[in-house]
Write a protein that binds this ligand. Structure first.
Ligand code: HEM
Length: 424
């Protein structure tokens, strides 16, 4: 979720530090400086070239981008880096006091110890693998209901008709919210979500504020409405209220609900479109997905590796960090490029080949981050992606792409996809 998308808006220059070359020690080298434009133009190719030359690069706005798998994996857990804290981030972005400022400064995503753990724990328990497995029939029926009627059309644009509406519908069920609310809160999500991206334009701040006001008010209403388990509240909404009792302030509780709504929307939308496009474009046994859950799960894992919907996670360097003889100085925004690391030939055999049978998928793929901020929606996201692929394959065994597979936009933060046209 952390973002500095190359795909959206105008990059905001972060505070410049003196060039690294002013102070290199004899043993360390400065990072090569690379322009945002070069990276944005053809991300996989630019990252491949630079990854071979150096473990990290310095973007022209001073952000240090870590490229190799070992560096990215290590720094996700390294105490010399930490998450940028929300209040500092809001100040850098010039966000005035109010709903958006409160959301950024209390969200688990932009929290560090000691606040992060209590903010994350209640939602994390709700998103356990067991809880998510119990939701599969529901996710399946939501996916089926969205594709009902497609048969009558010659072709369909799948992003707007399927990939975008599904995640908010699923989240509304997770949170015990009425399904009819999903289109409205997903509109607020898309207004506020760029606020988490340093790449978004300052001009959009009023819209982000409006989205944050509506989304957090809605989260508060959900909390107010949820009957507590002690009062006999049934199902997830009862669980929701009981999880938050006594653990967090109301302001913190509503910010975590809003964060989960935000975290599970555009990431999963991009991922659904991407897995469908990649499997269709790469000659995968599309028909088999209908009846083979293991093959489907493997296809989902490979799509998340081959073109991760979150291209990087942001951190902040607390000390100088030396990687393979190159120095990342203290006090920098650091972008851990999952996009680059997941194509590192030192980690994956033939990394530029889309291969759903590959044997080198890691147990904890960094497509979902790592360390204490590792995605808490991974199980839910995987269940959604697998059920979507199976439902489409069942209903449309002859589905094919209309034209080339769409390219995901951007190289860091949440990446986007505009449209995906299919026929059968
Ligand atoms: C394919 C879909 C998804 C991808 C690729 C993805 C990726 C990520 C990544 C890389 C992070 C780490 C961010 C960081 O360290 O700064 C993250 C965090 C997070 N994700 Fe996801 N995510 C996905 C789906 C979801 C879903 C479905 C939900 C919830 C319903 C969700 C909720 C969150 C939350 C709340 C965090 C913050 C966790 C924390 O700060 O402790 N994500 N996600």
């Amino acid at each position: 979720m952390g973002r500095r998308s190359g795909g959206r808006g105008v990059p905001i220059p972060l505070k410049r530090k003196p060039p690294l070359s002013q102070n290199p020690t004899p043993q360390t080298s400065r990072l090569p400086v690379v322009s945002h434009m070069e990276l944005d133009e053809n991300p996989h190719e630019a990252l491949r070239r630079w990854r071979a030359a150096a473990p990290a690069i310095e973007r022209d706005d001073g952000v240090c981008i870590v490229l190799r798998a070992d560096g990215v994996e290590d720094l996700l857990f390294d105490p010399r880096t930490r998450q940028l804290d929300g209040a500092t981030y809001a100040a850098i972005r010039g966000i005035p006091q109010g709903a958006l400022h409160d959301l950024l400064s209390t969200s688990m995503l932009l929290s560090n110890a000691p606040h992060h753990k209590p903010r994350r724990a209640p939602m994390s328990r709700m998103m356990s693998t067991r809880a998510v497995e119990a939701m599969r029939p529901l996710i399946r029926s939501l996916a089926e209901s969205l594709i009902d009627g497609f048969e009558d059309e010659e072709q369909v644009e799948l992003v707007s008709r399927f990939a975008a509406p599904l995640p908010p519908l699923v989240i509304s069920h997770v949170l015990g919210a009425p399904a009819k609310d999903a289109p409205e809160f997903s509109r607020w999500v898309y207004q506020v979500s760029p606020a988490f991206s340093a790449a978004s334009s300052a001009q959009d701040i009023p819209l982000m504020i409006e989205g944050a006001e509506n989304l957090t008010r809605y989260a508060q209403e959900l909390l107010d409405r949820a009957p507590s388990a002690a009062e006999g509240g049934a199902g997830l909404s009862g669980l929701l209220a009981s999880l938050f009792v006594g653990e967090l302030s109301q302001a913190e509780a509503k910010a975590q609900l809003a964060t989960v709504i935000l975290g599970g929307s555009d990431t999963t939308r991009t991922a659904i479109a991407s897995v469908v496009a990649l499997t269709l474009a790469n000659g995968c046994p599309w028909n088999d997905f209908a009846s083979d859950p293991e093959l489907t799960a493997a296809a989902v894992s490979e799509a998340l590796r081959f073109d991760p919907p979150v291209g990087s996670v942001p951190r902040f360097s607390l000390e100088d960090i030396v990687l393979d003889g190159f120095i990342i100085p203290a006090g920098r925004m650091v972008s851990l490029s999952t996009l680059s690391a997941l194509r590192d030939p030192d980690r994956f055999a033939d990394p530029n080949r889309f291969d759903i049978h590959r044997a080198d998928q890691p147990r904890w793929p960094i497509a979902f981050g790592g360390g204490v901020h590792r995605c808490l929606g991974e199980a839910l996201a995987r269940a959604e992606l697998e059920e979507c692929l199976m439902a489409l394959s069942r209903r449309f065994p002859t589905m094919r792409l209309m034209g080339p597979a769409p390219r995901l936009r951007g190289y860091s933060g949440i990446r986007g996809v505009d449209e995906l046209r299919v026929a059968w």
